[in-house]
Write a protein of this length. Structure first.
Lengths: 189, 413
């Protein structure tokens, strides 16, 4: 079982990201489960969503406390929520930020984790370029696919196109592709 | 075909395939996605003929449902939490009148303190309102239970509540197969009312009944409700034959040779199964899907060999203890079986494998009391009690506890 925890704020598409990830994993032939954990139901409040990917049916309903991967959609949560709780040193961490890990004060994370497993990406800016709006969730899934290899980029595209239509779907797919390519370069550098 | 979809979406699609003719509904978290989905289908014309009525309240929703059902329409609605309480009076009317309304309850805690998260306080508070109550373990089960619910309701002319854990199931994406229209049509014939407001054949639905007949009418309602125990297995078999979907009033997991059995309702069952898989001592799991009427004989059978039954409850009766446990104790009357109540997962508190395993270790060491609260933070309770005793005007507990425990959503798990 591969378990993912996504942190962000209400309105940033955190729950949608977990759902799309589960759809992509399902399309790849896995069993998958995604569910949210709302704080207060309002824009800007901290939100978590979880995704489990397995090759056996998933019965477990507890929140993901020992994630194999953490996606941080909003780095301003760094000092408010214990974002990396339970993640092991061979786990993946993907942070949406304009800053580097050192600038975020997360050098220890980089040292502690295996090489190529911790990365930042400016997904908000990529999303803004393609969508015209700062909605980084789908873009982060592209980067996540490149960082972890857990889901195929093609399935993420299919999941996005099942969920959104027309220009919104196209723009999200382009954003995810760009993030995928960028992250491939970084992790293979 | 299995699809990776949201539980609420699967329930809405399933209900639509049951061809409800009237859906009066009022939105409340976490039920909203279900009725939104149905509303969209009615608007798009994919669910037709069907009248979707946006009512002014839950009391209005159930009242409209009663009217629609009495007029001979297949009627569906959904609610949760305070919404269910707001329709309480009408719930008793629906069952008292014998109207086969089907309703989803997206289980959520009841305030105060206000809380949007999942537990069973809402539906358990209405366990005696005369409706059939079914609890879904997962979304695939929820789908099947809804189809069965319409058939059961209409065969017996009793209303049926399908309880689905809010957020945990309603907002979960998982692989779900919604039965196709052909199978649902084969399973569920068009509604033929046992009683209907018809000018050509007038009847009084809801006549006043005095002391000379009230007991008999209530007894007949009880008798009618109890028929569900006999009907359920046959309807489940027919459903399985048509769709391949497995449904059971009571289901068991690893109970053979287990002296300890955990009994639970709803989605927590899966986590309990995973928890018992990982421990050395054999512990069985019984999942109760049919809670009202209470399947006494079947429970007595599956618990024959159990020496200790731990009832894990997602609600409780303040000042008394377990709700389901009381029924289980009555069902096991005359036996030496020990019954413990573990209240767990109130207001969205995560029920984890680790917590269940720790509780089972306590049980194995004979340390589990008759009534306990899983993962109760006694440090917080003691600190708050000390604060309360420190002066007279110490204010509300919820505020005091929040100061110690942190704001909603600040903890993982």
């Amino acid at each position: 079982m591969f378990e993912i925890r996504i942190h962000g704020r209400g309105g940033q598409g955190v729950v949608t990201a977990a759902e799309l990830l589960s759809v992509a994993a399902f399309l790849d032939g896995h069993e998958a489960q995604a569910f949210p954990s709302f704080g207060s139901e309002r824009m800007g409040a901290p939100v978590m969503a979880f995704c489990r990917i397995s090759d056996a049916p998933i019965r477990l309903r507890e929140p993901v406390t020992k994630p194999d991967a953490v996606i941080v959609v909003d780095a301003t949560l760094l000092h408010h929520v214990d974002l990396f709780a339970g993640v092991s040193t061979d786990g993946y961490v993907l942070i949406n930020s304009t800053r580097s890990l050192a600038e975020l004060g997360l050098s220890d994370l980089l040292e502690r984790h295996q090489p190529g497993r911790v990365a930042t990406i400016d997904a908000t800016e990529i999303a803004r370029e393609h969508l015209g709006r700062p909605l980084p969730n789908v873009c982060l899934l592209g980067a996540f696919a490149a960082l972890t290899g857990t889901v195929s980029p093609g399935s993420i595209e299919t999941a996005v196109r099942e969920r959104f239509v027309g220009a919104v779907a196209d723009a999200n797919v382009r954003a995810a592709r760009e993030a995928f390519a960028m992250m491939k370069q970084v992790t293979h550098a | 075909m299995r699809r990776q979809i949201e539980g609420s979406r699967a329930i809405a699609e399933t209900v639509a395939r049951c061809r409800p003719q009237v859906v009066p509904a009022y939105p409340i978290t976490p039920q909203t996605h279900i009725v939104e989905g149905l509303g969209a289908m009615v608007k798009a014309g994919t669910l037709a003929p069907c009248e979707y009525i946006t009512v002014e309240s839950e009391f209005g929703a159930m009242s409209a449902a009663i009217g629609a059902s009495a007029a001979g329409a297949r009627t569906y609605t959904a609610t949760a939490s305070q919404g269910l309480l707001y329709m309480a009076e009408a719930l008793f009317n629906a069952s008292g009148l014998g109207l086969p309304i089907v309703m989803t309850v997206a289980n959520r805690a009841i305030g105060a303190p206000i809380n949007i998260w999942n537990d069973h306080s809402d539906s358990m508070s209405q366990r005696d309102c005369g409706w059939v109550q079914l609890y879904a373990e997962d979304n695939q089960t929820a789908v099947g239970l809804h189809v069965l619910a319409f058939r059961l309701a209409e065969e017996l002319s009793v209303p049926v509540m399908v309880c689905v854990d809010g957020f945990v199931l309603t907002h979960a994406f998982e692989p779900i197969e919604v039965p196709d229209q052909e199978s649902v049509d084969a399973y569920l014939p068009p509604y033929r009312a046992r009683q209907v407001l018809d000018p050509d054949e007038p009847v009084t639905i809801g006549a006043m009944v005095g002391p000379e007949a009230f007991t008999e009418v209530r007894y007949l309602a009880h008798h009618q409700l109890e028929q569900a125990i006999e009907h359920f297995p046959r309807l489940a078999d027919e459903y399985a034959a048509l769709t391949g979907g497995s449904l059971a009033a009571v289901s068991t997991y690893r109970v053979d040779g287990a002296r300890t059995v955990v009994l639970a309702l709803g989605s927590v069952s899966g986590t309990i199964k995973d928890a018992v898989d990982e421990i050395d001592e054999p512990v069985g799991v019984v999942t109760l899907t049919l809670y009202r009427p209470f399947p006494v004989d079947e429970l007595r059978t599956v618990l024959t060999a159990a020496e200790h039954v731990i009832v894990l409850e997602r609600a409780f009766a303040p000042g008394a203890g377990g709700v389901v446990s009381a029924d289980v104790r009555t069902a096991l009357a005359g036996r030496q079986t020990r019954v413990s109540t573990v209240v767990a997962g109130l207001g969205g508190r995560a029920v984890t494998k680790a917590s269940i395993q720790a509780m089972l270790a306590d049980a194995a060491a004979n340390r589990l009391p008759e009534l306990s609260f899983l993962d109760l933070r006694t440090d917080i309770v003691e600190e708050e009690l000390a604060r309360r005793d420190s002066a007279h005007r110490t204010g509300p507990h919820s505020q005091g506890v929040l100061r110690i425990a942190g704001v909603p959503g600040s903890r993982i798990g």
